[in-house]
Ligand binder design. Sequence first.
Ligand code: SPV
Ligand code: MG
Length: 306
Amino acid sequence: METLSSDSEDSARRGGMMESKTTILRRHLAGTETLMVAGVHDGLSAKVAERHGFAAVWASGLGISAVQAVPDASILTMGELLSATVIINDACDVPVIADCDSGFGNVHNVTRMVRKYEGAGIAGVCIEDKTYPKLNSFVDGPQALIPTAEFCAKIRAGKAAQRNPDFVIIARVEALIAGLGQQEAQLRASAYAAAGADAILIHSRSSDPDEVLTFARQWSGAVPLVVVPTKYPSITLDEIARVGIRVVIFANHALRASVTAMDDAFSELRRQGSSQTIEASIAPLTQVFELQGVSAMKALEKRIAA
Ligand code: SPV
Ligand code: MG
């Protein structure tokens, strides 16, 4: 699938020979096909997602926190999340949408955040209308939102800070998560679109897909809709497309799959005291080497040898 390494692709982009990841993401958003985005938490998961044909990846705050074994509760700093996101961006050739939680503070934090993320080559960011520090939407506890006007100011600050007009800012509405109902969710989404958001992520923790489907049916269509079907996995791509939702993010499936895979392997190793019984079910090292770019490294060695 890959014809250029990230480094050579970066320099090709810098030389103006290729479309930037930001422009690619912007084009995807303007298209008509529902975009499937894979949630990833490190370079390796980004690479695997890309190989399965995902057109973009989501640098998940939950995932990046989880791999450092800390809660998704604004424990990591913006710098830590950005470093992890840059690793993800370097590892794959598809656009990265960065989960930027509630924007790391007020309008001034959002301004700096957009400059830093855009400057690092990240295609787009998503900010949510929760208070700072935030708490993962699926953790029981207060899911307090900031006032609509305050979040609109953050969106305007972000849009004013971006340099490339194609850079994407997604506004995430947490009204349904906070139990404030469909009307409040629609009011907030409309206000965020009017403030300049390029897309609206409508989040839900209902196990019934109807909550987001109802929202989507009532949506004005001012900007595209994004969903994260973690708690309502029965929803189909067809249903999503039929109500006009443009982007679906499978935010944490790689993370959860890897926890199960590690659990299974470690439990079998402890039980057997040998890896014999799991060898056939775990990736061979050749596959790991390929993901690490060992063959590209060898090819380069050959090319530059005198
Ligand atoms: C994430 O992946 O960090 C998200 C999605 O923000 S969720 O965990 O569903 O809130
Ligand atoms: Mg998150």
